[in-house]
Design a protein around this ligand. Structure first.
Ligand SMILES: NC(=O)C1=CN([C@@H]2O[C@H](COP(=O)(O)OP(=O)(O)OC[C@H]3O[C@@H](n4cnc5c(N)ncnc54)[C@H](OP(=O)(O)O)[C@@H]3O)[C@@H](O)[C@H]2O)[C@@H](O)CC1
Ligand SMILES: [K+]
Length: 505
């Protein structure tokens, strides 16, 4: 599913009006009908409704919804904020229609003085102040109103966007002046800012309402942001020939583990083996040999000459992909072996964990990475890697996109809705996964899966998308059966076969 910016939404709106064709006011009526339906489905008309409408089309929606609710015998009081005497055309029309229908308890057009109504627990507030047309942080009277609504015990439903929240960049927004909705009814498509963890407090529960914007318009419009769906992945799956031999299924090399961190190597190797690859060799320090041999008997050992850390890069001619970094340690010896290994690899490479930390402490090496390299940092690893501190997820994501373009790399920013930044500047968000996966070793599992998929023959972009989707799906399937609270990384590996099955069916 594509994600459109506020500016693109306005273009799509225009396109739909011209090509369907439909009058702008009728499109608003259509949106209001589906918003009203979502509200009446959830709350009965015994609940008093207070509507706050702004001067633009978000306010126009709110006025139309007020009329429709009042016609269905809801007890509706409406406050329209017309401070500058400048209502949008459709807002004006809906103001007129509302006055004419005479069904609302109260209609107050606020021009100057505003005496706020009492908001109580059993009331429903409809927030139609601002939507995708917001162009600066809320201030003054609107900021006070938002604070007043937020501190009340009433249930809040936001139309399209919680008022005060920008559809993309909230880096310099004033968070105290954004509505905290219990439910956001967003029109047609999800907005970029809804995907960021720190904005969940404003959105509450999210529902998307199909208002039938032009399909053709949406297909034609290019978007740099996309949400990954099962249907995007199915056609990309490689099929297994019935005469397949393990030699045809790829050979992955995992370089992982230091003394005390054998577990990271075990998890990455096991996950790699579960990702359809033919063979996996694991290169690890001498002292981890027995642990690996016992925990992952299917893997081939390549034991480093050092007892406790990775010290010598491996010839990669016999391998199809390299995954390096989990539990590798940060000794200077390991760092030098790491960069030598990455540089000499003539195969696709995935770098994670200590591999990223090593790069962060030798940032000049970033310029020496092979094109097409895959890096999978979590937010703090990415801050160290980029040498920056970020105010929010949007700023972090923009920085990751720039780095991916500059280094011609694939960067998966892990977290709530992991984001894959591609060398061409496009960004794909994952739609699977859950909070139970925020546990030690979860990242090692992802590294193993992507390395396995690369060795199996998937190209970088496909391996990253499929890898993050399967990783999250396995976590979701695990959560369904065992819950999130006590989930460990090994559970994700245990549910990988079911995740593959689900995609293949
Ligand atoms: N998707 C679709 O196709 C459809 C979308 N629809 C609906 O349209 C909504 C978008 O409507 P919109 O473009 O009129 O913008 P909206 O959010 O109402 O705000 C604009 C007004 O706010 C003002 N303003 C801005 N910032 C401000 C601030 N900080 N403080 C104070 N004022 C501020 C701005 O004034 P200006 O700064 O431009 O002078 C202008 O007056 C969308 O969210 C959805 O609900 C549906 O009706 C049908 C189909
Ligand atoms: K709103």
């Amino acid at each position: 599913m594509k994600i459109f910016t506020g500016a693109q939404i306005r273009e799509l709106d225009k396109y739909t009006i011209e090509h369907e064709p439909v009058k702008s006011i009728d499109l608003m009526e259509r949106a209001a009908k589906s918003i009203t339906h979502a509200i009446t489905e959830t709350w009965s008309n015994g609940m008093p409704v207070i509507v706050f409408a702004g001067p633009g089309n978000n306010g126009g929606d709110a006025l139309a919804v007020s009329r429709m609710l009042a016609e269905q015998k809801y007890d509706v009081s409406v406050y329209l904020f017309n401070i500058n005497g400048n209502l949008s055309e459709d807002c004006k029309t809906n103001k007129q229609r509302l006055i004419e229908c005479r069904a609302v308890r109260k209609f107050d057009e606020v021009v100057n003085e505003f005496d706020p109504p009492k908001l109580e627990k059993n009331m429903l507030v409809i927030d139609g102040l601002f939507g995708s047309g917001l162009n600066k942080p809320l201030a003054g009277g609107f900021a006070s109103l938002v604070k007043y609504i937020n501190q009340s015990a009433a249930t809040v439903v936001s139309i399209d966007v919680p008022s005060g929240l920008m559809t993309e960049d909230n880096t310099y927004n004033v968070r105290a002046n954004i509505i905290k909705a219990d439910l956001t009814l967003t029109l047609q498509n999800i907005k970029l800012s809804f995907l960021f963890a720190e904005n969940q407090q404003f959105i509450g529960k999210l529902r998307m309402l199909d208002i039938r914007l032009s399909k053709e318009g949406m297909e034609q419009m290019t978007s740099h942001y996309r949400i990954l769906e099962e249907n995007d992945l199915r056609p990309r799956l490689l099929h297994r020939d019935c005469f397949a031999h393990k030699g045809d299924m790829g050979h992955a090399l995992i370089v992982a583990g230091s003394y005390g961190m054998a577990g990271a190597a075990v998890l990455a190797t096991k996950a790699c083996l579960r990702s359809g690859v033919g063979k996996v060799t694991v290169c690890t320090p001498r002292r981890n040999n027995d642990i690996l041999q016992m925990s992952v008997p299917e893997a081939i050992m390549h034991v480093d000459k050092e007892e406790t850390f990775f010290s010598e890069s491996v010839e990669t001619a016999d391998y199809d992909a390299l995954g390096i970094g989990p539990g590798l340690g940060m000794q200077e010896g390991a760092a030098i072996a790491f960069i030598s290994q990455v540089r000499r690899a003539q195969i696709p490479v995935v770098v994670d964990a200590d591999g990223l930390n090593i790069l962060a402490s030798h940032r000049a090496w970033l310029q020496q990475l092979p094109k097409g390299i895959i890096m999978t940092p979590h937010p703090r690893e990415f801050e160290r890697l980029s040498g920056n501190r970020f105010n929010d997820s949007y700023e972090r994501l923009s920085n990751a996109r720039d780095m991916a373009e500059h280094l011609q790399a694939y960067i998966i920013l892990k977290g709530h809705n992991s984001a894959l930044c591609m060398p061409d500047g496009n960004i794909v968000f994952n739609s699977t996964g859950n909070a139970g996966m925020a546990t030690a070793g979860s990242g090692d599992v992802l590294t193993g899966i992507i390395t396995g998929l690369l060795a199996r023959g998937y190209r970088q972009a496909d391996a990253c998308m499929l890898g993050m989707y399967l990783h999250g799906l396995a976590g979701d399937l695990a959560a369904k059966e065992i819950g999130m609270e006590s989930m460990v990384a090994g559970d994700i590996i245990r549910y990988l076969p079911k995740a593959f099955r689900r995609l293949e069916d």
